[in-house]
Design a protein around this ligand. Structure first.
Ligand code: ME8
Length: 508
């Protein structure tokens, strides 16, 4: 059995609308972490998918005069089609309308019932049909409005099956105390702890009024509340993602759930409690990222109608530019404002003028001055010292799921290498035959530096890096090769090939 499993997930998107930049952001950020862990030899399983049951989807379908399944099929296909466009390397795409998912949801929740964590009762409260969630007192905006969608909440009363969440108060407090990195970043942990601090109330496990969902096995007049159906995707998928194979023992518990801040309560409180109730181990970490905000400073979302289109961004600048921009512009774990202007600026100033230019000039100079051969000489001790520990710092940042800090560290070195070109002016050295050894060292060191930063950048901009590493004559992008070699460039003696600009200047 492969060692070192790393099971990583995104939230699964509602299919009541189409994919937007917020979804793309979550997919990209999760993909960057998954790719990095694969580079390090971890046995990665990356899961994403769609959340297809529940009131928001049923309502949206009926508003269009179609059946929920039709809407789910149409929009799930859109989400699925987006992934290769974003170069997302997921291992499976789960749809909660998959039959095998429903069966496994029933099995797990039957166990929760058998373990005595479920009872029948009446619930009355303020309900948001878009969130598919009852809101507690301090979550409600003035005028009985939803804090997320800003729409009016409805007063609902239902006879439901309830999950005894309140009995998990102590177990959750202990989980947060003994595993303070269960919820990351710390601001999100504080929020989860504050929520528990108010005292947990039991929550609905089923809905009697809805039919669009997974049937409750002990009471088929009810379907499960969509959130439990949805959360369980992380577990059920492992049972059938690979036909004929059950991956549960290999990958459960998940190492990391990546989610947005609006669904913190479900993942940091309901989810671990539900797993404990089913006698299942809880995941290692839940990382809560921020929201991409539009120019008006508000959340970009279907219901607020201020969405920036990722497809337009892909068409204009390409997949690596979009991936890079989102990871560079927005600190992972914080909110950030994004727009087409910002994307265009970073494309030009960083991808084209810094990394792209470093790549072109390095390849061109090795061609011009050394017929394409990478010199076999010791690398420059100045750069050796400056690159010392870089890949360890990048790995350490990823260990706490901080791709922003990692990218900052790498980019500093991209800039350093460009400064190195200016400082050492190879075009001057080339004019002086007595400086041949120095020119060898400068070109070899540039090749080595470019190779190292490229391996480290591979999770962020995989397409460009694959082309460049190939051209550098060192296609292997595994992390064990990410150290800056002091003895000489790893590719010493190899030849480099020419490459069209990785990030060509665009006509405006
Ligand atoms: O919440 N910026 O689905 P969803 C960043 N089905 N992230 C954003 C965002 C934005 N502007 N808008 C949304 C659901 N997201 C449930 C999840 S998981 C068992 C069920 C993020 O389609 C959001 O925070 O509304 C969530 O993590 C993901 O996109 C899917 O959102």
């Amino acid at each position: 059995m492969p060692q070192n499993p790393f099971f990583i997930t995104t939230a699964i998107a509602y299919v009541n609308g189409q994919p937007h930049l917020g979804h793309a952001y979550e997919e990209i950020a999760t993909d960057v972490i998954a790719r990095h862990m694969r580079q390090r030899g971890r046995d990665v399983f990356f899961l994403t998918g769609t959340d297809e049951h529940g009131e928001p989807v049923a309502d949206a379908a009926h508003a269009q005069g179609i059946e929920p399944q039709q809407l789910a099929d149409a929009n799930a296909a859109r989400f699925q089609a987006l992934l290769p466009q974003l170069n997302v390397s997921n291992d499976f795409f789960i749809r909660t309308t998959d039959e095998q998912h429903a069966l496994r949801v029933q099995q797990v929740l039957q166990r929760v019932y058998d373990n005595g964590h479920v009872y029948k009762g009446t619930y009355e409260g303020w309900y948001c049909p878009r969130c598919a969630d009852f809101k507690v007192e301090n979550e409600i905006l003035e005028g009985n409005r939803c804090p997320i969608h800003e729409i009016h909440l409805t007063r609902e009363q239902e006879e439901n099956w309830f999950f005894r969440l309140s009995t998990f108060q102590e177990a959750l407090e202990t989980l947060f105390e003994t595993h303070p990195d269960f919820v990351l970043p710390s601001r999100a942990l504080n929020e989860a702890q504050a929520f528990i601090g108010q005292g947990l109330q039991d929550v609905s496990l089923s809905r009697a009024k809805l039919t669009w969902g997974v049937k409750v096995p002990w009471d088929p007049g009810h379907v499960f509340y969509v959130w439990f159906d949805a959360l369980l995707n992380y577990y059920t998928a492992l049972g059938y993602a690979r036909p004929g194979e059950d991956l549960t023992d290999r990958y459960w518990p998940a190492q990391l759930h990546v989610i947005g801040k609006d669904i913190l309560k479900f993942h940091t409180i309901f989810w671990p409690a539900m797993l404990m109730a089913a006698d299942l181990p809880v995941p290692g970490h839940v990382f809560v990222h921020g929201f991409l905000l539009a120019a008006d400073g508000r959340k970009m979302s279907k219901s607020l109608g201020n969405v920036l289109d990722p497809f337009e961004a892909l068409e204009l600048y390409g997949v690596d530019a979009l991936r890079f921009y989102l990871m560079r512009e927005v600190v992972f774990g914080q909110d950030g404002g994004v727009g087409m202007d910002g994307l265009g600026n970073r494309y030009t100033s960083e991808l084209a003028n810094e990394y792209g230019n470093l790549a072109s000039r390095t390849l061109a100079m090795i061609h011009r001055y050394r017929d394409g051969f990478v010199p076999t000489v010791a690398t420059d001790p100045v750069l050796v010292a400056e690159f010392d520990g870089l890949h360890d710092r990048v790995a350490a940042a990823f260990d706490v799921f901080d791709p922003s800090t990692a990218l900052g560290e790498i980019w500093e070195k991209v800039r350093r290498l460009n400064r190195y070109v200016e400082e050492r002016a190879p075009w001057q050295l080339a004019k002086d035959p007595s400086a041949a050894a120095e020119l060898d060292q400068v070109l070899g060191s540039l090749h080595e530096g470019l190779r190292v930063v490229s391996i480290l950048l591979a999770p962020y901009i995989p397409e460009s890096v694959a082309k460049l590493l190939e051209a550098l004559g060192t296609p292997d992008s595994s992390f064990t090769n990410a150290g800056f070699s002091a003895t000489g460039p790893l590719a010493g003696g190899a030849t480099v090939s020419q490459l069209p600009p990785l990030f060509p200047r665009l006509l405006s």
